[in-house]
Design a protein around this ligand. Structure first.
Ligand code: F0G
Length: 455
């Protein structure tokens, strides 16, 4: 029996498809063996992402109806702004249509050609925004030691940061970005101790610190579970302390906004905010709606209140932990400890007969689809590798991870049990799996459009 219980009951349901094995084979081949290109109507359990996939609450659906669709100065914006100010303490609040718009606008204002942005790990779209202005994205995650679980594996390496700041390229650093939780590094949290240490270094060198706060509530909850001295604090209090330590944040609200679209810029600096407003107007819309409908802002305002409820966050962490344990019992190498938004499996360990340039994580993900119409996300060489310099094999990613992301409030324990059964089936035939080669690819973010074929 699962060790957790969903803290909600179900009021509206949506049927899920059950494609046959033949339909799955055909759908995958037609998609160029790229799960991003498989239509959702051919997927039984979709763990591709926790982004924009949440089930809204009855209170959010009801908030939708009070959406004010005025072009300028809508009541919906006032409600959204009040909730964000109360949560973050930042006076300047700008809605945008999703996270990458926020990144593009803030980083485009902070960085220029030849500058450096340093992070615990830039998410792939964040890195793309840094590189789009000709700047360099430097990742300094804390070192991982094989088999030694780190409760704050999302931290930035403070020694390496101090060294970089005082070294030759220190003058080129324009910002430090802490991604909370660290999605590209196992969905692990960043501790308050680490955020405070980063703040101190930033102060010494006069550099602003921003949070990519897309999963701020999950980071805050994991701090209450794991960081000494904070077990009696509420996730909302911790979140406020995190925001207090930074100069501003941006977020994809498709995660901890518990809604299907939305993004946010929130800042202390009125001058930077003024420059961002100009770009929001040019690329997103009037600054009181930023590319969203009034009703989206209302649903988000309500979502940002619900997301810090301790019962909800406890369920989020406990369900991920239980799911990770079950996958582990099924013989899969699960990254420990699990975070909240996903369970990560090291497909490189499981498929060590497939070299990185033949995409072992993709091979594993595709087989999960063929075996049970389960869709997960590869975070291995297809996403984080780079095409080889002289037409040689790809430069591999550090690890061949597969992410089983957990949409918020969408799947029950019995759905997850089904996924565990499918994963066990794939593990039992892992020695027979073969890799893939890329037959067509774009530039940045190639994973979304690449076409592959089995080796
Ligand atoms: N920052 C982080 C940490 C993210 O995880 C994402 C998106 C973004 C920024 C960009 O936000 O999608 O609203 O434009 N992550 C999704 C994922 C896509 O599946 O992890 P967006």
């Amino acid at each position: 029996m699962p060790s957790f219980m969903e803290p909600f009951r179900i009021k509206a349901v949506e049927p899920i498809p059950f494609p046959t094995p033949g339909e799955r084979r055909e759908a995958l081949a037609t998609a160029g063996y790229n799960l991003f290109r498989v239509p959702a109507r051919q997927i039984t359990i979709d763990l591709l992402t926790d982004s924009g996939t949440a089930a809204m609450s009855a209170a959010q659906w009801s908030a939708l109806l009070s959406g004010d669709e005025s072009y300028a100065g809508a009541r919906s914006f006032e409600r959204f702004e009040a909730v964000v100010r109360e949560l973050t303490g930042y006076p300047e609040v700008l809605p945008v249509h999703q996270g990458r718009a926020a990144e593009r606008i803030v980083l485009g204002n902070v960085l220029g050609l030849g500058d450096i942005s340093v992070s615990n790990t830039h998410f792939d779209s964040t890195r793309a925004s840094v590189e789009a202005v000709g700047a360099e994205a430097v990742d300094l995650p804390v070192p991982a030691y094989e088999g030694v679980p780190n409760p704050f594996g999302g931290d930035i390496d403070l020694d390496a940061l101090a060294e970089l700041l005082t070294g030759r390229s220190g003058q080129r650093i324009r910002c430090v970005v802490l991604t909370v939780t660290n999605n590209a590094n196992g969905g692990q949290p960043v501790s308050l101790l680490n955020i405070a240490g980063t703040r101190k270094l930033c102060d010494t060198h006069g550099i602003p610190l921003y949070l990519d706060a897309s999963r701020f509530a999950e980071n805050a909850y994991l701090i209450t579970e794991r960081e000494a001295g904070y077990t009696d604090s509420t996730p909302r209090e911790i979140a406020r302390t995190m925001f207090d330590l930074a100069d501003g944040c941006w977020a994809s609200l498709k995660k901890d906004g518990i809604a299907n679209i939305g993004g946010l810029i929130a800042l202390r600096d009125p001058e930077l905010a003024r420059r961002c407003v100009e770009q929001v107007i040019a690329f997103e819309g009037f600054p009181t709606y930023g590319g969203l409908a009034g009703r989206d802002l209302d649903a988000l305002a309500q979502g940002l209140i619900e997301v810090t409820e301790p019962d909800y966050l406890r369920y989020r962490a406990e369900s991920a932990r239980w799911f990770g344990e079950q996958l582990g019992l099924a013989g899969l190498p699960v990254l420990q400890p699990t975070g909240c938004h996903a369970v990560y499996v090291d497909a490189g360990l499981l498929l060590d007969h497939i070299p990185p340039h033949q995409l072992p994580a993709t091979a594993f993900a595709n087989e999960l689809y063929l075996a049970g119409a389960v869709r997960v996300c590869e975070l291995g060489t297809l996403v984080f590798g780079r095409p080889g310099d002289t037409g040689g094999p790809d430069i591999p990613a550090p690890r061949e991870l597969v992410r089983f992301a957990l949409p918020r409030r969408v799947y029950t324990a019995s759905h997850l049990e089904y996924v565990v059964d499918v994963a066990e089936d794939v593990r039992s035939k892992s020695a027979q799996l073969r890799g893939y080669r890329i037959v067509r690819q774009g530039g940045a973010l190639r994973q979304f459009t690449a076409a592959l074929e089995p080796v």
